[in-house]
Design a protein around this ligand. Structure first.
Ligand code: PXP
Length: 239
């Protein structure tokens, strides 16, 4: 079974918010991603709603035909209430600070074990699959298993950063972390900075990979690959 591709559509919201209206529509983007083969839609509402808004999350839920994954930090009570109301397929818990540009580290599953166990049980009681964001460190994955989480999401920034220098060195910690997840019977997701170049080797090297969530590079590639078509369509209007 190939790993599932969940498309993170936060960047569509960022573009929309820059003009105030509803263009591009995140709802339409979600519908199209599913129509074109995405296995899921990911959103990461942040407390200041600077990209995906809480109202977007509620609207997207109504058109989901695949898997819906909501990411965020559960220290925000507003976030917990939103997830419990929307009941997505999966919630991915990320320890990001409110104003952070993007997620930049995983949970310390040893120091935060009690907190994680408690909050994970809240989501699991509501029937929501839980994944927690972790760095590719064997001890962090092993301790994640004691929190009751269903899955871990490996933070792939370091893999992506070092891929072009030496892909074998870049993947080494991930292979080890993935083995621990398999032994502990944890599902395995991955995300951050994955792109068209580094994705194949990652998926080939991690046989138990269940899902990747990709936003920035995929939406950027959609712009590059779509430009030729769109420019021709606009030129046609001028003829
Ligand atoms: N996983 C998590 C936890 C994230 O915070 C993000 C970015 O919002 C991603 C995956 C996707 O990263 P990228 O946009 O670099 O593909």
């Amino acid at each position: 079974m190939p790993a599932k591709l969940s498309v993170n559509i936060n960047k569509i919201a960022t573009l929309r918010n820059s003009r105030g209206g509803d263009n591009p529509s995140v709802l339409q983007a979600a519908i199209n991603c599913q129509k074109f083969g995405a296995d899921g839609i990911t959103v990461h509402p942040r407390p200041d709603e600077r990209h995906i808004r809480y109202s977007d999350v509620r609207e997207i839920k109504s058109i989901i035909t695949t898997e819906f994954n909501i990411e965020g930090n559960p220290v925000e009570d507003k976030f917990v209430q939103l997830v419990l109301e929307v009941k997505p397929t999966q919630v991915t818990l990320v320890p990001d600070a409110p104003g952070q540009l993007t997620s930049n580290h995983g949970w310390d599953t040893i120091a935060k074990a009690d907190y994680l166990r408690e909050i994970i049980s809240v989501f699991k009681k509501a029937g929501i699959r839980v994944s927690i964001f972790v760095d590719p460190i064997e001890a962090m994955v092993a301790a994640a298993a004691d929190t009751g989480t269903d899955r871990v999401e490996l933070y792939t920034e370091s893999y992506a950063k070092h891929y072009h220098t030496n892909k074998h060195t870049a993947i080494a910690d991930y292979v080890k972390a993935a083995k621990v997840a398999e032994i502990k019977q944890l599902g395995l997701n991955a995300g951050h900075d994955l792109d068209m170049h580094n994705l194949k080797f990652f998926a080939q090297s991690i046989p138990n990979l269940a899902e990747v969530s990709i936003g920035h590079a995929l939406i950027s590639d959609a712009i590059y690959l779509g430009l030729e078509n769109v420019i021709q369509l606009y030129k046609r209007q001028l003829q």
